[in-house]
Design a protein around this ligand. Structure first.
Ligand code: IPM
Ligand code: MG
Length: 372
């Protein structure tokens, strides 16, 4: 079979971004030979790194590189300490991350949360509440809702009094397309969708529930349940095993995916894929860990690279059609975890098998465990 070649834009960003990205690239290099692929990886600055290099959080050359690539592997952006130095519209979260999501129409964000059995110690729930396992896919709508709705502004209403306005907006087609993503994903899993809304208060919630119910009719093999977001936040703590696919609008998905990630031991374990329109084996996508830049531990070789590495695995699966390679990465991660290696975020002193490790050792161990 001829060697397959893929172009990857690697945007490491700020904080722990560069050091976890290095480990993901190491793992991708370990994939090339056994899986007969060649990755052309181009690195470019984004976030504060972009501002420092080219005066903008998303430099034009970085955006151009993204446009000419098959996928974007993203680290993380944002350094709250530096925020006061520039207007909020120019800050990395808005000017780079949200801009890329919108620019490429990446409306479907998939966040798989899974508690690996050896990490039971790192889960904040006791053994009773962990019963039945924790294996949830959060499907988060990513280009609508309050993040993007207009008007969005802060205005002065009278002397010393400001009014801030964010607008939650969803249209029927926006809800339909993300609902289809959730039902299709559920078909490959345990065939349950829990749709999250606030239909008891929000107009958006009422429409969300109506549209999801209608879309659900064409997936007779998938069980659909609706849940208010506040109750969902509680149910995740009480009985997480009841969830298979959680279908959420943008902000609810942001919040619930962090909560769910904590159940899997750490936000440092949570990868994500952001996909747009298109289908088939090769879909352009954006892959990033769901966690942030963690400035407090940046540059200290302490960050957990697993979320970044698992994001690369999702890229292999969804953008390159390399399912076997994606599984090999996930297996290698499981092997490293089973061996007892733990970065600080998943380390637990009460676990006799746990061995505290570094970003680089974790990355190297995972890369070395890759087999075809
Ligand atoms: C995430 C992050 C982002 C979001 C921030 C950094 C803008 O929290 O990807 O979950 O809110 O979407
Ligand atoms: Mg978030």
């Amino acid at each position: 079979m001829p060697i397959q070649t893929f172009k990857i834009a690697a945007l490491a960003g700020d904080g722990i971004g560069p050091e976890v990205m290095r480990q993901a690239i190491l793992v991708l290099r370990a994939i090339e030979k056994p899986f007969n692929a060649s990755f052309a990886i181009s690195e470019a600055p984004v976030g504060w790194a972009g501002i420092d290099a080219a005066g903008k959080a998303l430099p034009d050359s970085t955006l151009a590189l993204c446009k000419s690539s098959d996928a974007i592997l993203f680290g993380s952006v944002g350094l709250p300490d530096r925020d006061p130095t520039i207007p909020k519209e120019e800050r990395p979260e808005r000017a780079a991350l949200l801009r890329i999501r919108k620019e490429f129409g990446l409306y479907a964000n998939l966040r798989p949360v899974k508690l690996h059995a050896p990490l039971a110690h790192a889960c904040p729930l006791n053994a009773d509440r962990q019963a039945g396992g924790i294996d949830v896919l959060v499907v988060r709508e990513l280009t609508g809702g309050m993040y993007f709705g207009q008007p969005k502004k802060t205005e002065l209403v009278s002397e010393g009094v400001h009014r801030a306005i964010d607008t939650m907006v969803y249209t029927t087609p926006e809800i339909e397309r993300i609902a289809h993503v959730a039902f299709k994903a559920a078909r490959l899993r345990r065939k349950r969708v829990t749709s999250i809304d606030k239909a008891n208060v929000l107009e958006n919630g009422v429409l969300w529930r109506e549209v999801v119910t209608r879309v659900g009719k064409s997936y007779g093999d998938v069980a659909l349940e609706h849940m208010f977001v506040d109750n969902a936040a509680m149910q995740l703590m009480l009985r997480p095993s009841q969830f298979d696919v959680m279908l959420c609008e943008n902000m609810f998905g942001d919040i619930l995916s962090d909560e769910a990630a904590a159940l899997a031991g750490s936000l440092g374990m949570l990868p994500s894929a952001s996909l747009g329109a298109g289908s088939g084996e090769r879909v352009f996508g954006f892959y990033e860990p769901a966690g942030g830049t963690a400035p407090d531990i940046a540059g200290k070789n302490l960050a957990n690279p697993i979320a970044q590495i698992l994001s690369a695995a999702m890229m292999l699966r969804f953008s390159f059609g390399m399912e076997a390679a994606a599984s090999a990465v996930e297996k290698a991660v499981a092997t490293a975890i089973h061996s007892g290696l733990r970065t600080g975020d998943i380390y637990s002193a009460t676990d006799p098998a746990a061995k505290r490790t570094t970003t680089t050792e974790m990355g190297a161990t995972i890369a070395a465990a890759i087999t075809a």
